[in-house]
Design a protein around this ligand. Structure first.
Ligand code: PEP
Length: 251
């Protein structure tokens, strides 16, 4: 996987008011030199996107959103379109996060529509997949992840610049991370599945992030695995020093 540039993305979830977010963005901007080996993305809540964009001007840190709606515009109260995100300075967008799946009716079918819309607009989707504890304990983790990939990419001939994020639900916000070996096993399976859905070349070029309680002290072991190309970071992304500790662990 030497050709794949690592990506470290921070998912701020429903944290940080606009003014708090600017303080965090300023701290990150001061810390990041631009010479890091990994690409860096931060995903603040919608209301903080524009202030964070402005705070990050001149830095190498990219801006992402946490979701989008698949329609272009209209009577969809509460929703945000791809054009709105692009105009607010986003280059990336998280799609299919397990919290969206668990609490807000996200399905493989809605993920599919969102992926198509994001790619059509030129946004890089960070497409999240991963099994629950019950599914892992029941021996179904690989089947579940395969189904999420097949459903999310249904009917698509091209995955564009899609980035995948494997996030075992049992490791998100629990402090219980997958071992590097467990994660590598799944990442290799995901890459094999991508090869069968698209091609070996697409699979070889696709970045697959790990997410789930990644911290500065466990990141290096995960990021050293051949099929782990970065991280999607929740809790540890809310402090500049811990987020940057993970960026440095990426090499
Ligand atoms: C996430 O929800 O994307 C995540 C990885 O969260 P945490 O790092 O807090 O487990």
């Amino acid at each position: 996987g030497g050709m794949r540039k690592k990506l470290i993305a921070g998912n701020w979830k429903m944290n940080q008011t606009p003014s708090q977010a600017v303080v965090l963005a300023d701290a990150l901007k001061k810390t990041v030199s631009g010479k890091e080996a990994a690409e860096i993305v931060v995903c603040p809540p919608y209301t903080a996107l524009i202030p964070v964009r402005d705070a990050l001007k001149g830095s190498s840190i990219h801006l992402g959103a946490q979701d989008l709606h698949w329609e272009d515009q209209g009577a969809f109260t509460g929703k945000i379109s791809a054009d709105m995100l692009l105009d607010a300075g986003c280059t990336h967008v998280i799609i299919g996060h397990s919290e969206q799946r668990t609490y807000f009716h996200e399905t493989d079918a809605t993920v599919n529509k969102k992926l198509i819309k994001a790619l059509a607009g030129g946004l890089v989707p960070i497409f999240c997949i991963g099994e629950t504890l019950e599914e892992r304990d029941g021996g179904r983790a690989f089947d579940v992840v395969k189904k999420q990939l097949e459903g999310g990419f249904a009917g698509m001939k091209d995955a564009g610049h899609t980035v995948l994020a494997y996030e075992p639900v049992w490791a998100i916000g629990t402090g219980r991370n997958a071992t590097p070996e467990q994660a590598q096993e799944m990442h290799a399976f995901i890459r094999k599945t991508i090869a069968s859905l698209f091609s070996a070349a697409v699979a070889d070029g696709m970045r697959i992030l790990y997410g789930g309680s990644m911290k500065p002290d466990n990141a290096a072991g995960l990021l050293a695995q051949p099929d782990i190309d970065g991280g999607l970071i929740g809790g540890a992304a809310l402090k500049a020093d811990s987020f940057y500790g993970i960026v440095k662990a990426a090499g």
